[in-house]
Design a protein around this ligand. Structure first.
Ligand SMILES: NC(=O)c1ccc[n+]([C@@H]2O[C@H](COP(=O)([O-])OP(=O)(O)OC[C@H]3O[C@@H](n4cnc5c(N)ncnc54)[C@H](OP(=O)(O)O)[C@@H]3O)[C@@H](O)[C@H]2O)c1
Length: 270
């Protein structure tokens, strides 16, 4: 893929992996990068950083949980700044909680941002790309979209779903010359995981490593882009010895407290 002179839209661009991807795309020669997230100040900061590489950063401050606003913002941006050649759906949230102790608002936040938000943006941009018969969509899943882990049940569910969605969409949009790719970072050192109990034996990568892997994977025409040797090893082992991987993940996971998983007064059998 040639990035020179292209326009990209990156969601979750205010920090972490999305910000590193915006930086990397600017370094690769993208001319204009639309930066989408909720925090306007942070987005303005990222837009200023892009100037250093000669790219224009456009701030789209919007909450993905508000599909009407997202619709308006993307329609206006398309009209004002022209077609988007590359969409990177990177925005996401994760809550680390044993499922029996999870609360509904957290579950809903993960599903509405990671899945419904991603669908909303993809539908709006994908339709326009299909009309032009040109474009590439990258959906950010996770290694946890291949190997699920205790304390991350809802998050893993959303990331598995993104891989299924990506696979289906790849076939649907192929006749329109729109490419659809999944990016699967492993544990990455960002705000998302700062408060987490980390999994044993897992070496975190940097957001910059993830962004570099994305660009390399796109250039190589990959359909699923894994980041780092640990991810390749885990996915390979999972295919051959799924039971072994499940046992290893159990060992590596932060201890799941078996005490009082139910709210007071609620019986385990109810
Ligand atoms: N960190 C990891 O270990 C890891 C591993 C595998 C995959 N991933 C995936 O990589 C992606 C980026 O994660 P990260 O680690 O960079 O996380 P992060 O540092 O917490 O950044 C999350 C980004 O998503 C945006 N966002 C969250 N909710 C949003 C909403 N409702 N509307 C609009 N934007 C929203 C945030 O911006 P605002 O707060 O400004 O809205 C921020 O830019 C996620 O999809 C995550 O699942 C991360």
């Amino acid at each position: 893929m040639n990035f020179k002179g292209k326009t990209a839209l990156v969601t979750g661009a205010s920090r972490g992996i999305g910000r590193a991807i915006a930086h990397q795309l600017a370094q690769q020669g993208c001319q204009r990068i639309l930066l989408l997230a909720r925090n306007r100040d942070r987005l303005c900061q990222v837009a200023a950083e892009l100037h250093g590489w000669g790219a224009e950063g456009i701030v789209l401050a919007v909450d993905l949980a508000d599909p009407i606003q997202v619709n308006v913002v993307i329609a206006q941006a398309w009209q004002q700044y022209g077609p988007v050649h590359l969409l990177v759906n990177c925005a996401g949230v994760a809550h680390q909680t044993p499922f029996l102790q999870a609360n509904l608002p957290q579950v809903q936040a993960e599903i509405s941002t990671n899945l419904v938000g991603l669908y909303t943006v993809t539908r709006l941009v994908g339709r326009r790309m299909a009309v032009r018969r040109e474009g590439c969509i990258v959906n950010v899943s996770s290694l946890m979209g291949k190997v699920a882990a205790p304390t991350m049940a809802t998050y893993s569910a959303t990331k598995f779903a993104i891989l299924g969605f990506t696979q289906a969409l790849r076939s649907e949009l192929a006749p329109y010359q729109v490419r659809v790719v999944a990016l699967l970072p492993s544990l990455t050192d960002t705000d998302m995981v700062r408060g987490f109990d980390w999994f044993r034996w897992v070496q975190p990568v940097s957001p910059e490593q993830v962004a570099e892997a994305l660009v390399t994977g796109l250039r190589q025409g990959r359909r699923e882009i894994l980041v780092g040797w640990q991810s390749h090893g885990a996915v390979w082992l999972q295919r051959i010895f799924p039971g072994l991987v499940e046992a290893l993940v159990q060992q590596a996971s932060p201890a799941v407290k078996a005490t009082a998983p139910y709210p007071l007064g609620e019986r385990a059998s109810s």
